[in-house]
Design a protein around this ligand. Structure first.
Ligand code: PBG
Length: 347
């Protein structure tokens, strides 16, 4: 009921339900009746340019090696890496995110800061192959390079040493920039990592290399299959540096800090279980917001589809659409190249 106005004038206010016509006048189904109507009124668009394909290069491999926990994903040698990057570009994917597995690991991740280290080799090869056609991004983190598997170097007591790690990240980012990377992407969740990388890049004359910060990255069990993809040696967990999955407000703080430190883009990770966080971040950030649909999200769908329990393509597109709807401008997904192909055919 509208409130009674004084002296018989118009109602002082109308409630929402009175302002909106009710059934049978209102029939939302009218906008769902035909494929043409649904296509026209869809609020969320998805296209290949918004997708980023993660790729794993393993030093010393002769042929691609399938990752058992991620059907359809392989560790790549240099030739197959080039081919995968070329396929991503041909499909219209927006970028590739490169990870590398070194032949040798040590306690401080020396292979990450060696000019001829595998990630730098991978970046050079991909830039040569497809540079300019898509963005070449690289993970700035030590976990693939350390023998203990942590994202940073350790103190004597065996704890991850935040401030000592920052110098390694800076050095790593400069080498990646020299190799031609477009986007350096720190994923280690060390405090101050964006500022340290920005300062190192700028100090070396790489003002134009962008930083995509894994700003809100949770200590998630959904990274399980990835650990096999990078032959991870980690024992224990990353809970002293990655966020507690129970925290929502904290993600906004992490994002604001990374933006203050100079992040050009921010990311939320994982994606599907964290759409509330993604939605918060998309509202807060005045920069492109990405989400990482991680290995466990991929493998769950692959496993169910393999058994015929889910329609693979529909579920993949629905998950990507949901991540977009929650506010992601871009999505890292192991289905990027394949999904970009589907989307191009549909358009
Ligand atoms: C760290 C890193 C990880 C992932 C991306 N970057 C592993 C971790 O934090 O344990 C996980 C990606 C995935 O699960 O798909 N370099």
């Amino acid at each position: 009921m509208a409130a009674q106005s004084q002296a018989g004038g118009p109602p002082a206010f109308v409630t929402m339900t009175e302002a909106v016509p009710q059934y049978p006048i209102a029939r939302p189904r009218r906008l769902r009746r035909t494929a043409a109507m649904r296509r026209f009124v869809r609020e969320t668009d998805l296209s290949g340019r918004r997708l980023v394909q993660p790729l794993f290069y393993k030093e010393g491999l002769a042929t691609p090696t399938p990752v058992a926990t991620m059907p359809g994903v392989s560790q790549l040698d240099l030739d197959s890496l080039r081919r995968a990057a070329a396929q991503a570009a041909a499909a219209g994917v927006g970028g590739v995110m490169l990870f590398a597995i070194p032949a040798q690991r040590d306690d401080c991740g020396t292979a990450a800061v060696a000019p001829e280290g595998p990630l730098n080799v991978a970046v050079r090869a991909v830039v040569e192959e497809v540079g300019g056609d898509l963005l070449v991004m690289a993970d700035v983190c030590l976990d693939e390079f350390t023998d203990h598997g942590h994202c940073g170097v350790l103190t004597e007591a065996g704890e991850v040493d935040n401030d000592a790690t920052l110098a390694h990240y800076g050095q790593m980012a400069v080498l990646l920039a020299e190799a031609g990377v477009d986007v350096a992407s720190p994923s280690g969740m060390m405090d101050g990592q964006v500022a340290a990388i920005r300062a190192a890049l700028d100090g070396a004359g790489h003002q134009d290399v962008a930083i995509l910060a894994y700003a809100a990255k949770y200590a998630s069990a959904f990274y399980g299959p990835f650990r096999e993809a990078v032959d991870s040696t980690l024992t224990g967990d990353r809970r002293t540096y990655q966020q507690d999955p129970g925290n929502r407000r904290e993600a906004r703080r992490e994002v604001l800090l990374d933006l203050a430190e100079g992040a050009d883009m921010v990311m939320v990770k994982p994606a599907l279980g964290y759409l509330d966080v993604l939605s918060d971040v998309a509202r807060e950030a005045l920069v492109p917001v990405l989400a990482y649909q991680v290995s466990g999200e991929y493998s769950m769908v692959e496993a169910a589809a393999e058994r015929g329990w889910l329609d693979r393509r529909s579920v993949v597109l629905e998950t990507l659409g949901s991540i977009r709807r929650a506010g992601a401008d871009g999505i890292l997904t192991y289905w990027a190249t394949e999904a970009a192909g589907w989307l191009a055919a549909e358009a």
